[in-house]
Design a protein around this ligand. Structure first.
Ligand code: SF4
Length: 200
């Protein structure tokens, strides 16, 4: 894979591009915002503390680390762990679309509000999560997702389950309704696993 230089600020801050890992047998693909310090250092997605929390949640359903795929909407670590800008997401999202097209995961597990906003639509994460639990609510609406994913969502259909970010800071907070995000996260992981098994 040649070095991508589309985002000047990220090229200056990254150690390396963190490549996506396919979901085995087209199962579950976890998609985060961008690599953190540990991921940037190791070149492997979801290896930091937030990744460990996700590993633990999936292990409760019998899914080990080798049992799910990993990707980010932005494959290079932003400086100071800031959020990727819209232009950076726009530059990187075609890579994610190509990866999804080629590896065909059954279910996208969207970890955190930023990944969710670019795939199932902007607005309150709590509301997006609530919508995902209604009948048919896990189908990605082509009108709401990032333009790079639009034709995939329209032609083939994409199933996505948003969940709260698993970083310590986000995980230990509460939703606007007062429920711990960690409880919401466990429920969403269970929904994604159930959906992946049902569609398999
Ligand atoms: S974030 Fe994506 S598009 Fe931007 S430089 Fe890195 S790999 Fe390229």
């Amino acid at each position: 894979m040649p070095e991508c230089i589309r985002c000047p600020a990220l090229c200056a801050s990254r150690s390396q591009i963190v490549m996506s890992t396919p979901a085995p047998l087209g199962g579950l693909l976890a998609i985060g915002e961008a690599p953190g310090e540990k991921e940037d250092e190791m070149g492997i997605g979801f290896t930091g503390q937030a990744g460990k929390t996700l590993d633990r949640l999936l292990a409760e359903h019998g899914i080990g680390r080798e049992g799910y795929g990993r990707a980010n909407i932005c494959r290079c670590r932003p400086p100071e762990n800031r959020k990727p800008t819209r232009a950076e997401v726009d530059a990187c999202m075609p890579y994610l679309a190509e990866f999804i097209e080629q590896t065909r995961p059954r279910v996208l597990l969207l970890v955190g509000g930023t990944a969710a906003a670019h795939i199932v639509g902007t607005g309150s994460l709590a509301r997006r999560i609530e919508m995902s639990r209604s009948p048919g609510g896990t189908w990605v609406d082509p009108a709401m997702c990032h333009p790079a994913l639009r034709s995939l969502a329209a032609q083939r259909g994409l199933l996505a389950v948003p969940m709260p970010h698993t970083s310590g800071l986000a995980w230990n907070r509460k939703t606007p309704a007062g429920e711990p995000w960690s409880e919401v996260g466990k429920r969403q992981v269970a929904l994604a696993v159930e959906l992946a098994q049902r569609e398999g």
